[in-house]
Structure formats: structure tokens, C-alpha cells
Write a protein that binds this ligand. Structure first.
Ligand code: AMP
Ligand code: GLY
Length: 406
């Protein structure tokens, strides 16, 4: 099978790495890909949002399956263009992708389907959470504990010029639960926990994610099944009822509150960096599973998770999340890989034959271990071998206080 993977981040490098292990894969192509993905397949200079260019590429190869990584092309309707042209696609239609693309649409789906979520508020009063209605790469959510933080959030959201959703503030530990979906049936992946704030001990602004780990000790098989039953299946059924059948990866971002799990958000694609901690634990053929989802045949598929624990640490540029970094030379990737860690590229480029930064989140360092503790130590040992000017990363990903508290 010839697979075309769309995207260029750490999530896509992890997907490329796992897809490459499938005995069914004959060729891996990526658009546009990144220097890490280029070591596993052929990268083509077509942007992820360029529907026409992607359609041309899918026909020329020709691709047996297209896997869409990021949300923007999905929300923009790239999967529809490919599907209408007869290409098998793992990724939802534009209509179904509104579950991520519009917070108010997602709230409406949840209300109708009876999915537990935070109450919406008609007036912003602290404590509350302000959410920009459209896509914002994880940076459109403002947790407001007091009047000053609400004032600055209102200013920041006004500058973005989009409608707002205001929510009650929920308390608890967060959880990301992904499920492959063929429109009707689901196959869950192992739960993961993401670290969204830029600084240690959850300080600073929200980001796309600074690290992740899997498994999450308090969420076992019974809890996963309960979440599928109360969250994923009702969401899929409601989308199908509205004529927006969802084919792809349904990501539920949850808060485990004292009143039970509540949905913070849905995403219409694999999470980043959770995917980098989930896929190294997957046992089974990812090409086969994604093709089964794309062709409405998930019932016969299953993917299990290895017992090992996995930890991912994001290495970001000096000014992330405010600004990205480019052209700064990166050293030590091979040394880090030599320890057995996986180094997934996110925002990198090759300049003059050398690896340099090219984004906000630059690299993801992932390590497996027999325990979370050991996986964490291995990941950080590998991080310490990598360097670039201004490199920043959180030191507390999957650290004991976090796990003990959960
Ligand atoms: P979202 O993009 O909606 O998942 O929000 C990003 C992050 O903001 C979440 O992962 C939480 O850390 C935080 N957040 C979102 N909604 C709430 C809420 N209702 N209560 C508390 N924290 C929230
Ligand atoms: N890690 C959060 C996200 O992918 O949206």
C-alpha cells in the first residue's frame, strides 16, 4: 500500500514512524513532511492546506490511503476533496471537523447528545474560561481565576476578533482519549496525559502541548469503555444524525472532575504531543487500522497497547508560544537517538546540510520504559544531549508529584 501522510509536525513524524512498521506499507509519502519524516519516506513540497495540490499528488502517486494529520486542512475541507475524487481518506469531512473547528458547534452536539461537559455562562465572571470559537492552535483558551486575568483575556480575545464561548471553570486532572472512528464504530487508543502550560508546574500560558505520557494509571479498560459509551459513541451518533458522519480520529479532551469526567474539547485528529507517547506503545498494524476506518470497516480491527510506559518531552524555541524560531543550529539528535530514545521532528529544517530550528515546538524526545519513572528518566537523559540556542522544555513532564496527585 502506498500511503500519503499530510502534515509536517511531531505528530506526523510519529505517525510516519508507526506506519513504516506495517508489513502492508510499500511506499510512504508525505506532504510537506519534515526532515525526520524524510528519513522514512519521500516528502513532497505541497502545503497541507493546498487541496488541489494534494489531490494532484494523490492521483499521481497514486495513493491507496491518505492520512490527514493537522486540523486546519480538515476544517478547510481537504478530506472532502480527496474523498469526492475516490481516494480513501483517514480524516473527517469539513462538516464533521466542526466538532473541533467551532467550540459552539461542539457544545451544541454535546448538549443534544447528553455528553457531560462544562456549563456555558452567558456573562464572563471569574472564575471562568474564555474560548475563541474557531481554530487557535491551542492558544485560544484563557483560564480566568480573577478580575485582572479576565480583563486581559477579554483584551486578548477581542484582538482575535472571533465569537467567544464562556464556560464554568472545572477542576481535576486532564485526560486525552483518542478513538479511531469509521462513522459508527470505534477503536480506542491508550489514554494519555498532555501538559498544556508552557512552564513547570503548569505555569504560564497554554500552548499546543509541552509533553505527554501514556498510560494513565487511574484509567483502565473499564474506564475507557465507559468513556467510549458516554462520550465518543454519542458524539459519533449525533454527528451521523446531523448528516456529518465522522471518519477519522475523534479526540476527547477530558477533565476528571469530582462529578465524573467532563469533556473540555473535541478534536478531529490525533493530538500533538500525545500521539508521540501513544503510538510507540501500540501493538498492531496502523496502516490496516486506518484503512479499515477510512473504508467503514473498523469492526474487524483492534489495536492493543504494550505494557511499557512512554514519556514525551517537547523541546521548544526560546519564545514559544509567542513566536517561533528559525535557522538556529541544532546539535545532539544522533547522540540522543543512540540512547534508544525516539526523536520526533516538529519544527526543523535542513539548511546548508545542517539541522536547524523551524517552528515553535522544535523536537519531541520520547522514551519507553518498564515504568513511568524509568521512561521519564530516559527521556530527560536524551533531552540533555540535545541543544540549540534558546532551547526550553519543561522539567516536570510525568514527574512523580503529578502522578501521585492523580
Ligand atoms: P481546550 O482547547 O478547550 O481543551 O482548552 C485548553 C486547555 O484549557 C484545557 O486542556 C484545560 O487545561 C483548559 N480548560 C479548558 N476548558 C476548561 C474548563 N472548563 N475548566 C478548566 N480548564 C479548562
Ligand atoms: N495536545 C493538544 C492537542 O493536540 O490539541
Amino acid at each position: 500500500m502506498r500511503v500519503l501522510l499530510i502534515g509536517s509536525g511531531g505528530r506526523e513524524h510519529a505517525l510516519a514512524w508507526k506506519l513504516s512498521q506495517s508489513p502492508r506499507l510499500t511506499e510512504l509519502h508525505a506532504a510537506p513532511g519534515n526532515p525526520g519524516i524524510a528519513q522514512l519516506g519521500e516528502c513532497h513540497p505541497v502545503r497541507a492546506e493546498d487541496g488541489e495540490g494534494l489531490l494532484d499528488l494523490a492521483h499521481t502517486l497514486p495513493a491507496d490511503l491518505v492520512v490527514v494529520g493537522p486540523e486546519a486542512p480538515l476544517v478547510g475541507g481537504v478530506a472532502d476533496e480527496l474523498r469526492h475524487a475516490g481516494v480513501a481518506v483517514f480524516g473527517p469531512s469539513k462538516d464533521a471537523a466542526r466538532i473541533e473547528g467551532s467550540k459552539s458547534f461542539a457544545k451544541d452536539v454535546m448538549r443534544t447528545a447528553g455528553i457531560p461537559t462544562a456549563e456555558t455562562m452567558s456573562v464572563a465572571r471569574p472564575p471562568c474560561v474564555l474560548k475563541v470559537d474557531g481554530l487557535a492552535a491551542g492558544k485560544g483558551v484563557f483560564v480566568c481565576l480573577d478580575e485582572p486575568s479576565l480583563d486581559s483575556a477579554l483584551k486578548a480575545t477581542a484582538a482575535l476578533g472571533q465569537p467567544l464561548v464562556i464556560e464554568e471553570l472545572l477542576h481535576g486532572e486532564e485526560l486525552s482519549l483518542f478513538a479511531l472512528a469509521d462513522g459508527q464504530n470505534v477503536v480506542p487508543l491508550a489514554p494519555a496525559r498532555d501538559f498544556k502550560r508552557v512552564g513547570d508546574f503548569d505555569s504560564g500560558p497554554n500552548t499546543g502541548g509541552m509533553g505527554a505520557y501514556s498510560p494513565v494509571s487511574e484509567v483502565g479498560a473499564a474506564e475507557i469503555e465507559e468513556l467510549l459509551e458516554t462520550v465518543h459513541r454519542p458524539a459519533l451518533a449525533e454527528l451521523a444524525r446531523r448528516g456529518s458522519t465522522f471518519v477519522g480520529l475523534l479526540y476527547a479532551g477530558l477533565m476528571l472532575t469530582g462529578d465524573g469526567p467532563k469533556v473540555l474539547e473535541f478534536n478531529c485528529r490525533f493530538g500533538d504531543p500525545e500521539t508521540q507517547s501513544i503510538l510507540p506503545r501500540v501493538r498492531g498494524d496502523l496502516v490496516e487500522a486506518l484503512l479499515a476506518a477510512a473504508t467503514g470497516d473498523l469492526l474487524s480491527s483492534s489495536l492493543t497497547a504494550d505494557d511499557a510506559a512512554c514519556v514525551t518531552v517537547v523541546l521548544a524555541g526560546r519564545e514559544y508560544p509567542a513566536r517561533s524560531d528559525s535557522g538556529t543550529p541544532i546539535a545532539g539528535v544522533e547522540e540522543a537517538e543512540a540512547t534508544g530514545a525516539l526523536v520526533f521532528h516538529a519544527g526543523t529544517a535542513i539548511q546548508g546540510g545542517k539541522l536547524v530550528t523551524n517552528g515553535g515546538r522544535v523536537l519531541n524526545v520520547t522514551a519507553l520504559g518498564p515504568s513511568l519513572d524509568e521512561a521519564r528518566q530516559r527521556a530527560y537523559a536524551a533531552c540533555d544531549l540535545i541543544s540549540f540556542e534558546g532551547m526550553r522544555f519543561r522539567r516536570d513532564i510525568a514527574s512523580p508529584p503529578v502522578d501521585v496527585a492523580t
